[in-house]
Design a binder for this molecule. Sequence first.
Ligand SMILES: [Zn+2]
Length: 470
Amino acid sequence: MNRKRVAGMAGVAAACVLLALAGHILSEEKNGIVTDAGGNEIARLMYGSQTDDNQMDGNRTVRYDCADGYEAYIDLACREAAEILCERKGIREEEAFRMLVEEEMTIQTAFRSDVMEGLLDVCGEGRMPSGVLATERAAAVGDTKGHVLACYSHSAEDSSRNYVTYPTYAGSTIKSLSVYGPAIEDDIICWSDLYLDSPYWRTVNADGEEEVWPVNTGSYTDKMWTVQEALKKSNNAIAVKVLKDYGVGNSCRFLREKFGLKTEVEERAVFDGKEDDVLSHIALGYLAAGITMRDLLGAYQPFANGGVYTPMHAVTAIQTGDGKECYQEEFKATQVFSPETAFVMNRMLKTVVEKDGTGEAAFIEGLDICGKTGTSDESRDNWFVGMTPEYVCAVWYGLPGAGMKNESPAVFREIMARVEHHEGLEYQKSENVVEVAYCEKTGLLANEFCKEQKAGYYKKQNMLEECDCR
Ligand SMILES: [Zn+2]
């Protein structure tokens, strides 16, 4: 298994408060503005001075002022706005930053201060619940239409790092995207298909001891598990086996084409006939290029909204100082899963937060919560990505070497408990999905003789055969 930390990924988030700018003679009085969803100012962009911290050598800088804790969001919005200007005007990033100030532009965002205050209350300095005191941590809340409503990031390692856009390992949160979602989409698996909980590899090491891979959090039961149970308890061996059945190359393509994730290293390995070398990358969340919180948040939206993916973004419009519309958001929504697959996955992800699921601590009475946990080796990454019919929310923290329980589901619960939820909202269902009883012994459609039965959700087009218990 690849245990190396993702290397060479910095550079995504450079200076947080100071945005680089090539040397120009600039007016000191001008300001760009960032507003929230209601048009209220939440940050002011201005020229920095030569003495500001983090200034790039020899360059003037653009900096911003905002409330404490809002930095990650303002950084996200400014970089997005600069990217938009670069694309539209064919200019470089530092010129775009200068233009935002010089032309006194207004960047309108989807920011919601009520959501942000809830987030800060939980994730702010020294306020993480459940004893989590990670110096490296972040959280983000989005709606189900691609808008980042609020986000927070804190890094003691590098104060300019924004973990919302900084790649880390996804751990098991990737299983829904790389294994179970696509395999259900292609009718390779269904809710109660049975897989043996046993290692994918058994080898004998130099000392004559047996080694097994992958390692599960618990010991192997050597029993048949349903796919749903494997997701609920985040069984690594079964994720690998389902991935092999679906196809490693297919999964790489799915992640790249549907979510824009970087899978070059993995696709190269598959091409070279070495797909088993990258099983942990795809099935267990160790993609060589990593994944950002923004991308992970976006990729979970389809499980809340009937299968539609919109890249997560903060900026909704940009205007120049004289009020001219410079940019209006265009929705780039795509149907990445069928409504049937999205709903079956949604119901499976709901079982993760039920009793004995890895995300049990995310449960909130009266809210229909779904989600998935993820951890990487030695607690370097601790994830929970969850949803309600109204929101998607990702929580991450790093505690390298701690080897402690992942507390992110509890952090998610604390955040969601502070956010306003509209009553009567439901996930998008599908008429082509039915809830039926399956036989626990065979995983097939239960008949009157099947002694132990449980309910599962199935696509009509991939319906179970009847069990032969008599
Ligand atoms: Zn039966």
